[in-house]
Design a protein around this ligand. Structure first.
Ligand SMILES: Cc1ncc(COP(=O)(O)O)c(C=O)c1O
Length: 395
């Protein structure tokens, strides 16, 4: 263990930091500061995944039952982790797919407007723009701020009698700032407007109680901050929310009944969106993943990420010309911190960090900024190394 301060902080938080970091071999190869793009999966979970994939592939139909049962056990566990009932959770391949289930599923009416935040990932931009291009909605935007109360006020001011749905990230992928999710849900309920939240960057960073939050639709993935298998995601519907969405695709698994004369009756749960043969084993591996999280403790992990984000901001402020795009307080931000260095392009910084120093970060091209993800497996020492390199680049 090379970072005693991280160890001390982790011990205080109840984390066995050394043992945890040892389960992420890539941390010995580079400084991995890009969990916001894709997380590292802990080795015991990788092994559990491969075991499940192997069993299904080797056993064929004989392995179908156990693999599907494993997926449904994982569904129950993930639903509990998110504070919802298993029937409200649809498994998807990624967060983008969940958003597309909403854009293609709502019965849009002529004149409907969708109010989208102005800081979105292409996975939220493109499905809504595509819908507008097809003439099915009119897209309006509302500005987001590092102060959640200003974001809420901007959304409220932008709602019109034609607004049918508000869509926003829960944690914004450029700045790492948070949207006031619960307040937006209350506002949308009051105005009779649907709310779609994109939690791609939120799940695994802090505790979520989606039932209490009360959004109509919440899309997320398990391959970023939850550190799970790539190609696993979900869409959570509010109770009965499946009735708001007409599936674009159906097949074996999605209908409760089918009679050629009477037609098909869709299942009354999120299952209506799942059909056909699937990568059951990959989803089944979410069960050992969530067991692993049970051992680590999400609160302890959040404490560690919160301290690292605060330390990173403190150290970045030492660079006189640096501009920080992320809010100060944890409740308004996350484990993603974004900055610009005037006079340096984002690609210059990110390339120099990776090619010369093996420090993996992500450019935020629109802002000529760099995003740093400080995850469960990162250390203060890695932040010190990053800041030292930035000093060298800045002079
Ligand atoms: C806010 C946001 N939404 C959606 C996505 C896309 O996630 P996925 O690859 O799981 O579809 C990302 C990925 O970075 C993101 O940051």
């Amino acid at each position: 263990m090379s970072d005693p301060s991280a160890l001390a902080a982790a011990a205080r938080d109840g984390l066995n930091f050394e043992a945890i970091r040892g389960q992420f071999p890539q941390t010995a190869e580079c400084v991995y500061l890009n969990t916001g793009t894709v997380g590292l999966c802990p080795l015991p979970v990788v092994e559990a995944l491969l075991e499940r994939v192997r069993a299904f592939e080797v056993d064929g139909q004989i392995g179908w039952g156990p693999a599907e049962a494993g997926m449904n056990a994982a569904r129950s566990q993930l639903a509990k982790f998110l504070g919802v009932a298993p029937d409200e959770l649809v498994f998807t391949r990624n967060a983008t797919e969940g958003t597309n289930l909403v854009t293609t599923g709502v019965a849009w009416r002529s004149g409907d407007e969708v109010l989208l935040s102005d800081e979105e990932h292409p996975s939220m931009e493109l499905p809504w723009h595509y819908l507008q291009q097809q003439g099915r909605i009119q897209l309006r935007r509302f500005p987001v701020s590092r102060h959640p109360e200003q974001t809420l006020a901007a959304a409220e001011a932008a709602i019109t009698p034609r607004t049918r749905l508000v869509a926003t990230s829960h944690v914004f992928c450029h700045s790492g700032n948070r949207a006031p999710a619960g307040e937006l849900a209350a506002l949308c309920r009051e105005r009779g407007v649907l709310l779609h939240l994109d939690g791609a960057q939120a799940v695994g960073q802090f505790r979520l109680d989606l039932a209490e939050m009360g959004a109509d639709f919440y899309t997320g993935n398990c391959h970023k901050w939850l550190l799970g298998p790539k190609g696993t995601g979900f869409l959570v519907l509010r109770p009965g929310g499946e009735a708001d969405l007409t599936p674009c695709h159906v097949g074996a698994g999605s209908a409760a009944r089918f009679d050629p004369a009477e037609g098909l009756t869709l299942r009354e749960s999120g299952h209506r969106f799942e059909y056909g043969t699937r990568d059951f084993a990959r989803f089944a591996a979410l069960e050992p993943l969530l067991d692993w999280w049970g051992g680590v403790g999400l609160e302890a992990a959040e404490g560690h990420m919160r301290q690292l984000a605060a330390y990173l901001k403190e150290r970045l402020r030492e660079l006189p010309s640096l501009v920080l795009h992320t809010a100060d307080t944890w409740g308004d931000s996350s484990a993603m911190t974004t900055f610009s260095l005037p006079g340096r392009t984002a690609n210059e910084i990110v390339s120099a960090l990776w090619e010369r120093h093996r420090v993996m970060t992500r450019p935020v091209g629109d802002w000529e900024a760099v995003r740093i993800s400080t995850a469960l497996y990162n250390t203060r020492e890695e932040i010190d190394r990053l800041v030292q390199i930035l000093w060298e680049l800045d002079c």
